[in-house]
Write a protein that binds this ligand. Structure first.
Ligand code: FAD
Length: 456
């Protein structure tokens, strides 16, 4: 078996592994980095991402973390002439509540003490002070949050929304990027710094003076030695940890999305990423409801469903496609190569999304043929915070559990991981995003008790 040495081996070439390799390779120490993966880069979970980003979270640590990531994405956008197609029309969180006191309290908690000044109220007659998201340009977009309750603004700026909506929380540091472009950019930079991608699966990791890593290829095995191993194996972070004799507190939960050509123009091309915060019962006809209720396997579709269904235009102002998603599944499962896509999901998510954007009802029972239905696993901790930092094994690091926020958080994850590996100064929140947080019992209790874990 041939063997060669690299300074750092990164397991996994999704957006997280590439971001780790990118920030590691950029350091002044210029380490030799190899990324190992049996699949083409960016082809597993990272290919299923909705590619949205936001700094809206129920806890200030996650707000700081994603703000840090957004700073880094903006730096790459500036450096690369916006190769990653970064936009910033915001997130529009809609509710029918006229007095959403709990939501406002959560907003204040999430943005922390410093954020309070960034929350702007737009009650009746305040339309002059609100800036609609006319431009997608991230550089000129406002920061903070606009709480819009003025009827005139709601109807003018969110014309496709259900007229029962009384409040829109417009999160302004939010939008979308092309995750694939970000991944390609990082890959080029890794290669330019003498880094490489090795096509193969890590099947064994031994630890003596350094790591000995057995890599299985289609018809052969090779071996690699490395001083440092970074576990960025996405849904398989648990399996790779097991190769080191470790267990990680993570589960995998399957989530789905659809994208289709909005041939009827139901969704305005300037609409921000829009989320219906309110729960609902899905809009079936009486006959459909009766059929679904009869069958024990489909009865749940007639029960109360959670909020957070989302919709956005895809492909810019000249495009026609839209994306819909609803992360209502909460049951962990073992990742399978054949994804468990539910053939009923397109109609379910369409019906759900039509509550906020009733124009979508035109597609009931007749979704366009040009439709893509896809999915992937949210690899999550119970508290829905990531794991970034040292593992128990000396020299091994984890960069995983990025749930439904790995595209937006990849840059921060890579930069933090590089900081841990190189022993550099880290932001104050870094320790809380590592395995060390499990020693902080009061923090863990408060995180696990919180009803809102920021799953979207
Ligand atoms: C439906 C859906 C929508 C989403 N929407 C968003 C969104 O809007 N915004 C956002 O920020 N995030 C979103 N996410 C989350 C985001 O896509 C993920 O958090 C992110 O892609 C995880 O990246 P990763 O690199 O950790 O995992 P992956 O992309 O899965 O990469 C892991 C890689 O590790 C490799 N690997 C596994 N085991 C081994 C081994 N033994 N040896 C070598 N290689 C191995 C795999 O082959 C794979 O290529 C969404 C996710 C889903 C599923």
């Amino acid at each position: 078996m041939t063997s060669r040495h690299v300074d750092i081996a990164v397991v996994g070439a999704g957006i997280v592994g590439l971001a780790c390799a990118y920030y590691l390779a950029r350091s002044r120490r210029a380490p030799k980095v190899a990324v190992v993966d049996p699949l083409p880069p960016m082809s597993l979970t990272s290919a299923a991402s909705g590619e949205n980003y936001r700094n809206w979270w129920p806890h200030p640590v996650m707000t700081e973390f994603t703000d840090f990531s957004t700073d880094l994405m903006e730096a790459i956008s500036t450096e690369s002439d916006n190769r990653l197609h970064m936009t910033r029309r915001g997130y529009a969180l809609a509710t029918r509540q006229a007095h959403p006191d709990d939501l406002l309290r959560q907003l204040h908690e999430g943005y922390g003490v410093e954020g309070t000044g960034k929350i702007r109220m737009h009650g009746k007659g305040s339309s002059a002070t609100y800036r609609p998201a006319v431009s997608a340009d991230w550089q000129s977009a406002p920061d903070g949050v606009d709480v819009v309750q003025d009827r005139e603004i709601l109807e003018r700026c969110f014309p496709s929304f259900d007229r029962e909506v009384s409040t829109v929380l417009h999160i302004r540091r939010a939008g979308d990027i092309s995750g694939q472009q970000l991944g390609s950019f990082m890959l080029e930079q890794i290669r330019a710094r003498d880094g490489e991608v090795i096509r193969g699966q890590v099947v064994e990791i031994g630890r003596t003076r350094n790591f000995t890593i057995a890599v299985a290829h289609e018809n052969s095995r090779t071996s690699l030695t490395a001083d440092v191993v970074v576990n960025a194996a996405g849904p398989s972070v648990g399996e790779v940890a097991a190769l080191l004799g470790e267990t990680l507190p993570v589960v995998n939960v399957f989530q789905q999305k659809i994208a289709f050509e909005d041939v009827r123009g139901a969704i305005g091309r300037q609409m921000p990423f829009s989320i219906d915060l309110d729960g609902q019962t899905i809009d079936w006809t009486a006959q459909e409801r009766a059929v679904l209720a009869e069958d024990p396997t489909s009865r749940w579709l007639t029960d109360a469903m959670p909020g957070a269904i989302h919709c956005r235009p895809e492909g810019g102002e000249r495009g026609k496609w839209i994306k819909l998603g609803w992360a209502f599944n909460a049951t962990p499962s073992v990742p399978a190569a054949a994804l468990p896509l539910d053939p009923n999901f397109p109609e379910i998510v369409l019906r759900g999304a039509s509550r906020l954007n009733p124009g979508l009802k035109a597609y009931y029972g007749r979704l366009p043929a040009r439709l893509s239905h896809y999915g992937g696993y949210y690899t999550m901790t119970r508290e829905n915070w990531p794991l970034i930092g040292p593992m128990e094994t000396d020299g091994a690091y984890i960069a995983g559990a990025l749930s439904g926020f790995g595209t937006m958080a990849a840059c921060a994850t890579g930069a933090l991981c590089a900081g841990w590996v190189h022993g550099e100064a880290l932001p104050g929140f870094a320790r809380l995003l590592s395995l060390a947080r499990y020693d902080d019992k009061p923090l863990m209790q408060s995180l696990l008790e919180g009803a809102n874990k920021g799953v979207l």
